[in-house]
Design a protein around this ligand. Structure first.
Ligand code: NCD
Length: 388
């Protein structure tokens, strides 16, 4: 049997994700024997900064009775001597039973999954994806609202570079939520995420310009299973934001802004008491993967709608459920579908054009692979950037 991996939520159906969330709830409520990882070792290899993700993975593994080995700083590994990611992974997979990797380049976790003998968890691959954060986000939303289906969730902030939203948006659609993207021009959701949302069942999207919402020029984009309702709501001259069940905020990803952007953009408009006093936010829980750097004001921390600290705490039971599943407990998880999923994948003659794609930064060892998506668009299999 092939080993399971957790590289992208694309590899999982709704039933499996819901089963993981159920297991997480049982762990949170202390209803599960938590010695399932006894004598097992988790390796956390983090080539990028992290507080919550690495520590909650490690805490989860300890709570499951397992052990942890850890790299918290890329400079402390042989990659600083020029070792390839593939070699590093081959070595570490001989030392551990499961590996959680965070890397600054898109597609790193997929490369790792293809070259590791043990399950790989994507703990963030550049600006591409962060699927374990999505499990936490879905779990928290379900706890706070009792369901996901039918909710209206606004994703706000740096949607271009905020990897958590890239994993979250299609998952919300798959669970039957309505998703609104609100981003300033230049920070909109990448097209491959929109394409995934549509593939997950989002029937129509509308684009409008909203000037007054956060006192800044923003763009609103809706992906929904019920396009007619939204067409009516959004066609009015005065765009009316409907009642929201949640607003999911992301920080400006300064480390990933394109050249020139960093100077221009210093901050995002903040969610504060004034914003939360608007009628559309009356019942909206406020989520954020954290860290926040000004886009949520500390003045709302005591508001009952502020759920971001609880969300961070949920990282432990959710990651316990994931680790347990990857170590053989239910639900059964599939391997990273990787290139097999693409069907029409071909090995590209030249490296990926995206400078922060693993097929570009590790071009000596990672061959560029192009797949053709449902719309006939050729994309890099690692970062999903268009190649035609
Ligand atoms: C996020 C990340 O690393 O992508 N943080 C996290 O894992 N909780 C969000 C961020 O850094 O903005």
């Amino acid at each position: 049997m092939q080993k399971p991996d957790f590289v992208t939520l694309n590899d999982f159906d709704r039933t499996t994700i819901a089963a993981l969330l159920d297991r997480a709830r049982d762990f949170k409520n202390g209803r599960i024997d938590d010695d399932v990882a006894k004598k097992k070792i988790l390796a956390t290899i983090f080539f990028e900064p992290s507080t919550r993700t690495r520590l909650s993975f490690e805490s989860a593994m300890h709570r499951l009775g397992g052990g942890v080995i850890s790299v918290a700083d890329a400079a402390a590994t042989s990659s600083s001597k020029g070792e390839s990611l593939i070699d590093t992974i081959r070595i570490v997979s001989g030392y551990a039973d499961v590996i959680a990797i965070r890397h600054p380049n898109a597609g790193a976790a997929l490369v790792a999954a293809r070259h590791s003998d043990v399950p790989i968890i994507n703990a963030g691959d550049g600006g591409h994806e962060h699927p374990t954060q999505t499990l936490i986000d879905l779990f928290t939303l379900r706890e706070k609202k009792g369901r996901i289906e039918g909710l209206s969730v606004m994703l706000y902030g740096d949607l271009k570079n905020g990897r958590t939203t890239h994993s979250l948006a299609p998952a919300l659609i798959a669970f039957g939520a309505h998703v609104l993207f609100l981003a300033e021009p230049g920070l909109e959701m990448p097209d491959y995420v929109v394409e995934r949302c549509v593939r997950a069942g989002g029937l129509v999207h509308e684009v409008e310009t909203v000037d007054a919402f956060f006192g800044t020029k923003t763009r609103l984009f809706v992906v929904t299973p019920e396009p007619e309702i939204w067409r009516r709501r959004l066609s009015a001259e005065q765009i009316e934001i409907p009642a929201l069940d949640a607003i999911y905020v992301t920080r400006l990803q300064k480390e990933r802004l394109d050249a020139g952007d960093g100077e221009r953009r210093r901050s995002l408009p903040s969610i504060d008491r004034t914003v939360l006093a608007r009628p559309e936010f009356k019942d909206a829980v406020v989520l954020h993967p954290l860290p926040r750097v000004g886009e949520i004001s500390p003045t709302i921390d005591d508001d009952p709608r502020a759920a971001f600290f609880e969300q961070a705490r949920n990282g432990v039971p959710v990651r316990m459920a994931l680790l347990a599943a990857l170590l053989g407990k239910p639900p059964e998880l599939p391997p990273a579908s990787s290139v097999a999923r693409a069907g029409k994948a071909t090995v590209g003659p030249s490296p990926c054009a995206h400078p922060r794609c693993i097929a570009s930064t590790e071009r000596a060892t990672v061959a560029s692979i192009i797949m053709t998506d449902n719309n006939g668009i050729d994309r890099c299999v690692y970062c999903e950037t268009r190649s035609n």
